[in-house]
Design a protein around this ligand. Structure first.
Ligand code: FES
Length: 630
C-alpha cells in the first residue's frame, strides 16, 4: 500500500502512514493526541484540524461550518490520507490530557490513607548510607562482605545479593569515599538485591513511580520513597487508543506485522513522558528514580512488556503469563535509573488483571469478615465479591462510557469537566466543573447526576428517550438526534454547546446495565443477595466526586443502605503506590491474586436475562429499587 508523509506544521513533526489512515491515528503516531471524545465516530466534533495542503478523503459534518470548510477544516477522525499532507492542529482540538495534579488528595481518599498506614514503611527501593570498617590485619574480610555486614542491621533480610558489574569497581569507590558509601537496595523475589553503590551519602535522593496503566488512561504518580510524600500526579490519554479504543481491537492490531512493536512503543512513550514531566516539575533527577510499580489489566501488561497477547482473545482465553518478573528499566526502554527496578502486580485471569488485585489491596476487601464488593467502573467494569476467606470476580462488558469515552461531549475527570449537575425549575441547569474552569465536556460523575435529574424532572423517560413534548429551548433535534443542552457555547470553553443526546443516553444505559447485572450474577452464583453485602467499594476515575444517591436512582448501584458505600477513587493507582512504599503490601497483592476465582459471565445461564432487565432506568423490576419507586 502507498505510504504518504503527513506534516503537522505547528508541531514541526512528520509521520509516514499508509494511504487511508485517518488523521487522528496519524497524529497519535507522531505523539500528538487530538481530542477524540466519541472514539472517532464523528459525533463529538472535537477533533477539528485544518488541511493546508494535499489530498484527503473526508466526510461533511455538522460541526464544520461553510466558512471553516473553506479554510480546509475537517474532522480528523473522518478524514483519510490520500497524499502527502500539511496539517495544522488548532489548540482547542488537542486532548486535554494535561491532567497534572500536584495535590495528592485528587486520587487519595481517606480510607486509602488509613490503609496505607497499616503497612510498615519498607519501599521497594531503599538507600542506606553506611560507614564501613576500614580493613586491618585483624579484619581482612572482603570489601563486599564488610559492606553487607554494615547493611544487615538496617536492612530487612539476611540475604543480600548483588551483580558482578556492581562489584568490579567497588574497592576503588570505597577507598575514594573514605569508606562511606550508599547502597541502593531493592526488594525482589523475597530477598534484597543491591542495585548500586555510590560514594558518600546520597541516601536523601530516593524516588519512585506508581503507575496505573489503563486502556483509556495512564496515570503516573511521583513519590519520595524516603518521606512517602506524593510529589505529583499526571493523567495521560493512552496513546494506544490510536490503534483501537478497546483491548480486543488492540490485540488484533498486535498480530499485524509491526503491530506489537507500535503498541509497545506507544505505552512506553506515554510512561516516559509522564516520568519526565513530573521529574522536571519537581527537580528530581531521572537517575534518582529507583523503583516503579505498575498495575494494569492483562492486555495492557502484555503490551507493555511486548508479550504476544493473541491468546487472550481466543478460547479458552489464557494470557501468556499472569505474573510478571521484576526487571531493570532499560529492558523495557523506561528512562529512569538504569540499575533501578520495575515490578508489576499480578493478575488473576484474562479479565481480572493486576489493576483489580491492586484495588483489593487498596480497599482491604480481602481482610474483611463480612461480604464486600469492589466495583471498578473503568473501561470494562470489573467486580469482585468476597471476604477474607474467598473472592470471586467478573468483568462486565460495560464499555468506557463512564470514563467519558464514546459520548458526544464526554471527557475524562480533569480540569474543565462538568462533574456535578442539577436541573431546576424551567429546566435551568446548574453545574460545577473540576478546577472551576469553564466547561469543556462532561465526565462520568457529571453524567450520573445528569441522568438522575433528567429522570426526576421528566426530560427523559425510563427507557432513556428524551420527552419531545416538553417546552424548553434546551430540548432540540439536531441531525435527527434529540438532545438536551447543558451549557451553551457562550458559557463553555468547548467552542460549541455542551449537550447530552439520545445516543449518549443509550450508551450510558448499556454501561450501567452491564455493571448492575454483573454484580447480581456474582451474588446469585454464591447464593447471596444485595442485602447480604456489608460494604461496597466504588473505584474509578471520577475525580473527587461521585453521588451515590444519584447512582442508585439511575440503577447503576443496588438500592441498599447508602452508609455501606465508599468511593475510593483510582484504587489501582493506590494499590500500586502502597506496594511501592511497602514490600509487605507488595507480598499481600500476591496472596490476593491466589485467592480470587474468575467467573465467566457469558457462560452464566441467567446473566443475559439480568442484563436485559437492567436496560431501563432504574430497572425493569422497580421492586428492586423501593426508594426510587417511593
Ligand atoms: S468527531 Fe472526531 S473524534 Fe469525535
Amino acid at each position: 500500500m502507498a505510504e504518504f508523509i503527513v506534516k503537522f506544521v505547528s508541531f514541526g513533526k512528520t509521520v509516514s502512514v499508509p494511504a487511508g489512515t485517518d488523521l487522528v491515528t496519524a497524529a497519535i503516531r507522531c505523539g500528538i493526541v487530538l481530542s477524540a471524545a466519541c472514539g472517532g465516530e464523528g459525533v463529538c466534533g472535537k477533533c477539528k484540524v485544518i488541511v493546508n495542503k494535499g489530498k484527503v478523503k473526508t466526510e461533511a459534518s455538522r460541526f464544520i461550518s461553510a466558512a471553516e470548510s473553506k479554510k480546509g477544516m475537517v474532522l480528523a477522525c473522518q478524514t483519510l490520507v490520500e497524499g502527502n499532507l500539511e496539517v495544522t492542529v488548532p489548540k482547542g482540538s488537542l486532548e486535554p490530557h494535561e491532567g497534572v495534579s500536584h495535590a495528592s488528595e485528587d486520587f487519595t481518599k481517606g480510607i486509602i490513607l488509613a490503609r496505607e498506614s497499616l503497612f510498615r514503611p519498607s519501599p521497594l527501593a531503599r538507600k542506606i548510607c553506611v560507614d564501613v570498617h576500614h580493613p586491618t590485619a585483624d579484619d581482612n574480610t572482603g570489601d563486599l562482605d564488610r559492606i553487607c555486614d554494615a547493611l544487615k542491621p538496617r536492612a530487612d533480610s539476611l540475604h543480600i545479593s548483588t551483580r558482578l558489574s556492581n562489584v568490579k569497581h567497588l574497592s576503588e569507590v570505597l577507598r575514594e569515599s573514605d569508606y562511606k558509601i550508599t547502597a541502593t537496595l531493592a526488594y525482589k523475589d523475597g530477598s534484597l538485591e543491591i542495585l548500586a553503590f555510590e560514594p558518600g551519602d546520597t541516601s536523601g535522593a530516593n524516588y519512585g513511580f506508581a503507575f496505573d496503566i489503563g486502556t483509556t488512561t495512564v496515570v503516573g504518580q511521583l513519590i519520595n520513597l524516603n518521606t512517602r510524600e506524593i510529589l505529583g500526579t499526571r493523567i495521560s490519554f493512552n496513546r494506544q487508543a490510536a490503534y483501537g479504543s478497546d483491548v480486543i481491537t488492540r490485540i488484533i492490531y498486535a498480530s499485524e506485522a509491526s503491530g506489537l512493536e507500535e503498541l509497545n512503543t506507544a505505552i512506553i512513550e506515554n510512561m516516559n513522558e509522564i516520568i519526565m514531566d513530573l521529574a522536571v516539575k519537581n527537580s528530581v533527577s531521572l537517575g534518582d528514580i529507583n523503583a516503579i510499580v505498575c498495575a494494569g489489566n492483562m492486555t495492557m501488561m502484555h503490551l507493555l512488556l511486548k508479550i504476544d497477547p493473541s491468546n487472550i482473545r481466543k478460547a479458552p482465553y489464557v494470557p501468556t503469563t499472569s505474573v510478571f518478573p521484576a526487571m531493570h528499566p532499560p529492558e523495557i526502554r523506561i528512562e529512569t535509573n538504569s540499575k533501578g527496578i520495575i515490578s508489576f502486580l499480578p493478575g488473576v485471569s484474562t479479565y481480572i488483571g493486576g489493576d483489580i488485585v491492586s484495588g483489593i489491596l487498596a480497599c482491604g476487601l480481602s481482610e474483611e469478615e463480612g461480604l464486600s464488593l469492589l466495583i471498578d467502573i473503568g473501561t470494562n467494569g470489573e467486580i469482585v465479591l468476597g471476604n477474607r476467606e474467598w473472592m470471586i470476580g467478573a468483568a462486565a462488558s460495560a464499555g468506557p462510557a463512564f470514563e467519558g469515552s464514546g459520548l458526544s461531549c464526554g471527557m475524562k475527570a480533569v480540569n474543565g469537566a462538568i462533574q456535578k449537575v442539577s436541573i431546576g425549575a424551567d429546566f435551568n441547569v446548574a453545574y460545577s466543573t473540576i478546577g472551576g474552569d469553564k466547561p469543556r465536556g462532561i465526565c462520568g460523575s457529571g453524567y450520573i447526576d445528569l441522568l438522575c435529574h433528567m429522570l426526576k424532572c421528566g426530560v427523559i423517560a425510563k427507557d432513556g428517550k428524551i420527552n419531545a413534548n416538553l417546552r424548553s429551548e434546551r430540548i432540540r433535534k439536531i441531525d435527527n438526534v434529540r438532545e438536551f443542552v447543558i451549557a451553551y457555547k457562550k458559557e463553555a470553553a468547548a467552542g460549541r454547546d455542551i449537550v447530552i443526546n439520545e445516543d449518549d443516553i443509550e450508551n450510558l444505559k448499556r454501561s450501567k446495565g452491564a455493571i448492575y447485572s454483573a454484580m447480581i450474577a456474582l451474588l446469585n452464583k454464591v447464593g447471596k443477595g444485595v442485602a447480604d453485602v456489608k460494604k461496597v467499594y466504588l473505584a474509578g476515575g471520577f475525580g473527587n466526586y461521585l453521588n451515590i444517591e444519584n447512582s442508585v436512582f439511575i440503577g447503576l448501584l443496588p438500592d441498599i443502605d447508602r452508609g455501606i458505600y465508599e468511593f475510593i477513587g483510582n484504587s489501582s493507582l493506590a494499590g500500586a503506590r502502597m506496594s511501592l512504599l511497602s514490600h509487605e503490601a507488595f507480598d499481600k497483592a500476591y496472596d490476593i491474586y491466589k485467592k480470587i476465582t474468575y467467573l465467566d459471565l457469558s457462560s452464566e445461564p441467567n446473566y443475559m436475562d439480568e442484563y436485559i432487565a437492567a436496560l431501563f432506568f432504574p430497572h425493569t423490576d422497580i421492586g428492586r429499587f423501593p426508594s426510587v419507586r417511593s
